[in-house]
Design a protein around this ligand. Structure first.
Ligand code: ADP
Ligand code: MG
Length: 263
């Protein structure tokens, strides 16, 4: 090995942004020399390692940007608790394929504790692992941010930034306050993404009570229209998962309760 080449390599690889090759080349080239690899094999091996690492780094970056609530996974979701939601359907949605490409929406309705946030976050995680970009946000937080952007005359810019996400998860839409200015940014968001970019909306309240969210009834109708036009709807009308767990613990004899893990 030429000492001069070896000395130049780290800065060349930094300039080319090839961190994995930069980290691994000493070991791989040594092995290649020892085993007499053809040069193409060495080159292909290094390129493959860089590519695999790059895709991992990308997914890790997207996972961080998504701000998903921690620890909510599909394999930790008890589908038996929500019989109206089929595991197969959720698994199909988790591949992303058709619905994200055509900007379809997923709406989840159900009382508090029915598992909407868990299922939404778990789906988001799966989709990121498939290479999609996702942002999870409480709807009230996002509305606040868009409202600030509007005050700074930058609402279109803020909406455009959200376009990079294949899926925007709006958790607890029904907590948005009925306030003319605030809720019209929510309407803008829904309109901007309509038929282009997907939304996953969770809400405690069914549509019938959405006039409490939007400033006037015609805007409520228009928003719902756009959301449901191409949408899958999960009606998760089940008792709170937390409360069920508590009831099951109370029903058990005392020593069993002690060994039970409390959620
Ligand atoms: P929601 O968003 O509908 O109010 P959450 O998703 O926050 O409900 O669920 C409340 C708690 O119960 C969370 O800790 C969640 O992980 C858990 N949970 C709810 N439904 C399920 C389920 N079907 N399987 C496993 N955990 C669940
Ligand atoms: Mg929730």
């Amino acid at each position: 090995m030429s000492a001069a080449d070896a000395a130049r390599l780290p800065s060349l690889l930094t300039a080319l942004r090839l961190p994995t090759i930069k980290r691994l080349w000493p070991g791989i080239t040594e092995q290649s020399d020892k085993e007499g690899w053809p040069a193409t094999r060495l080159l292909a091996t290094l390129a493959e390692l860089e590519l695999a690492d790059r895709s991992q780094r990308r997914i890790a970056r997207h996972m961080e940007q998504a701000r998903l609530p921690a620890g909510k996974r599909l394999d930790g979701f008890d589908f038996a608790a929500v019989p109206m939601v089929s595991r197969a359907h959720v698994q199909a949605l988790a591949t992303g394929d058709r619905w994200l490409a055509s900007g379809q929406n997923l709406l989840m309705f159900g009382p508090p504790g029915s598992g909407k946030t868990h299922l939404a976050a778990a789906l988001g995680r799966e989709l990121i692992e498939q290479g999609y970009r996702v942002l999870f946000t409480r709807t009230t937080d996002l509305v606040q941010r868009l409202q600030t952007a509007r005050q700074e005359l930058n609402l279109p810019g803020a909406l455009e930034k959200l376009d990079k996400f294949d899926l925007l998860i709006l958790d607890d839409l029904s907590y948005v306050e009925k306030d003319q200015a605030e809720t019209s940014v929510l309407f803008e968001l829904i309109s901007t993404r309509y038929e282009r970019r997907s939304l996953l909306v969770t809400a405690n309240q069914p549509f019938g009570q959405w006039d409490r969210i939007f400033p006037d009834p015609s805007m409520t109708v228009a928003a719902i229209d756009r959301l449901v036009h191409h949408a899958v709807i999960f009606e998760m009308n089940v008792e709170s998962y937390r409360r069920r767990g508590a009831a099951a613990r109370v029903a058990k004899p005392a020593e069993e309760v002690e060994s039970d893990t409390v959620k």
